[in-house]
Ligand binder design. Structure first.
Ligand SMILES: [Zn+2]
Length: 194
């Protein structure tokens, strides 16, 4: 296939319905080992949040907060993986999501040391704290609701995106579906000539 394989994929089925699916899919692998991370930098993380109305465009997301988003995403992906495989969940992933769920904007505490005198601790902007809680809450709703029965991973290797299955479709995008079909046709043709 000649199309630009590094172009970003459109949202997976269910990503518009479940913010948590959209979040889990914000990093993915494309054929050829291309890795896309929409939260890869503080600026791109801020943009991702702003596009979803979770933070203003000028929220001033710093690397520390972008890291917190990426860490939460990995924990949510771990819970999704456990649900899809019907495996026990990692307690660390569960408690990380619960910590984010109960997260509220915290006060920048007053600090003092001899070198600096009084100063206040750096924090994520309150919007980002709320965004983390919102994303965790959406994951909790999805996992504990009937939608979880339809949660699945894209079956087109090497894609690792999650989607909500509709009918028999197990691909996150037309591009992945075309690739999976082409791979199957190739395997069939190969088995005939071997
Ligand atoms: Zn896919």
């Amino acid at each position: 296939m000649r199309e630009a394989s590094t172009a970003a994929l459109p949202p997976a089925p269910g990503a518009e319905q479940y913010l948590a699916v959209d979040f889990a899919d914000s990093a993915y692998v494309l054929p050829g080992g291309h890795f896309i991370d929409l939260l890869g930098t503080p600026e791109s993380a801020n943009r991702w949040l702003a596009e979803r109305g979770l933070a203003p465009a000028d929220a001033g997301v710093q690397e520390m907060c972008a890291t917190q988003l990426r860490v939460l995403r990995e924990h949510i992906r771990a819970l999704f993986a456990a649900r899809v495989a019907q495996q026990p969940v990692l307690p660390a992933a569960l408690s990380a999501v619960n910590d984010a769920l109960s997260r509220t904007p915290t006060a920048a505490l007053l600090q003092w040391d001899e070198a600096n005198g009084f100063y206040r601790t750096a924090l994520c902007p309150p919007n980002v704290d709320r965004a983390l809680a919102t994303l965790a809450a959406d994951a909790a709703d999805l996992l504990s609701g009937s939608g979880a029965d339809f949660l699945t991973t894209c079956e087109s290797v090497p894609c690792n995106r999650y989607l909500i299955r509709h009918g028999r479709r197990h691909w996150c995008s037309t591009r992945c579906g075309d690739r999976a079909r082409a791979a199957r046709a190739y395997a069939r043709a190969k088995s005939k000539t071997d």
